[in-house]
Design a protein around this ligand. Structure first.
Ligand code: 13P
Length: 239
């Protein structure tokens, strides 16, 4: 089965560096998997190829209007962006995004035919107190409530435990597969939707072989390792 592989490039690279990245990507990418690239907003129009689709790293919670510095879902749609990451833990922690804000972002994406990649994941404290499942359930129900089923079918969830992002530490393959099964089960029972779920957090070329075969994992959201084009291509090749 094809996997979805998303490169969350975060705030990395300058124009010159992105030019090199795109050249190598366009020349060498050769896979049946679905590759999705999420560079900074300013670089989105440079990624043009029929080998991959593009994704924004964020979107405004507002539909349109005088919001300096914001980018709307309609604007993203107008440059052919098909996906947007929403609710990434860096947005939640550093920019104080709460569930209401993330819910609005999901709504604007869905209303503009953009698939939101909705990030959820527990903190160390939930993990230690064994409340991960309660925490994930609450987050999923809050973020996905009030949307019609036909719209929810376009949502992708990314399970990214906060303690695994950029740390080099991951859950075990069994833990990831079980947690993703749990997430799918909640979405199925609450909304009757068969949602796709990605794993993200410290994926690299050394550990991808441990995770690529997991039954419930539909793909990967890759941060640091996606910004090195050689490593990213090697990960894709292994998958
Ligand atoms: P790393 O792959 O750098 O741990 O980041 C994961 C992530 O935040 C992807 O959204």
């Amino acid at each position: 089965m094809n996997k979805i592989i998303v490169a969350n490039m975060k705030m990395s690279m300058t124009l010159k560096e992105i030019g090199y990245y795109i050249k190598v990507l366009n020349d060498k990418l050769d896979t049946d998997n679905d590759v999705i690239i999420a560079p900074s907003f300013i670089f989105l129009p440079y990624f043009k190829s029929d080998k991959y689709l593009t994704c924004a790293q964020d979107v405004s919670e507002y539909e349109s209007g005088p919001y300096t510095g914001e980018v709307s879902a309609l604007q993203l749609k107008s440059i052919n962006v098909k996906y947007t990451i929403v609710g990434h833990s860096e947005r939640r922690n550093i920019f104080h995004e709460n569930s209401a804000i993330i819910h609005n972002k999901i709504k604007h994406c869905l209303d503009n035919d953009i698939s939101p990649i909705v990030c959820i994941g527990e903190d160390k404290k939930e993990r230690i107190s064994m409340t991960t499942e309660q925490f994930l359930r609450r987050d999923i129900l809050e973020l996905l409530q009030d949307f019609p089923k036909e719209q929810l079918e376009n949502v992708i969830i990314a399970y990214e435990p906060k303690w695994a992002i950029g740390t080099g530490i991951t859950p075990t393959p069994k833990e990831i597969d079980e947690t993703i099964f749990f997430i799918k089960d909640i979405v199925e029972s609450a909304f009757k939707v068969d949602v796709k779920v990605l794993y993200g957090g410290s994926i690299n070329k050394e550990n991808i072989s441990d995770f690529k075969k997991l039954k419930n994992v539909d793909g990967f959201l890759i941060g640091g390792s996606s910004t090195d084009i050689d490593e990213f291509l090697e990960i894709i090749e292994q998958i």
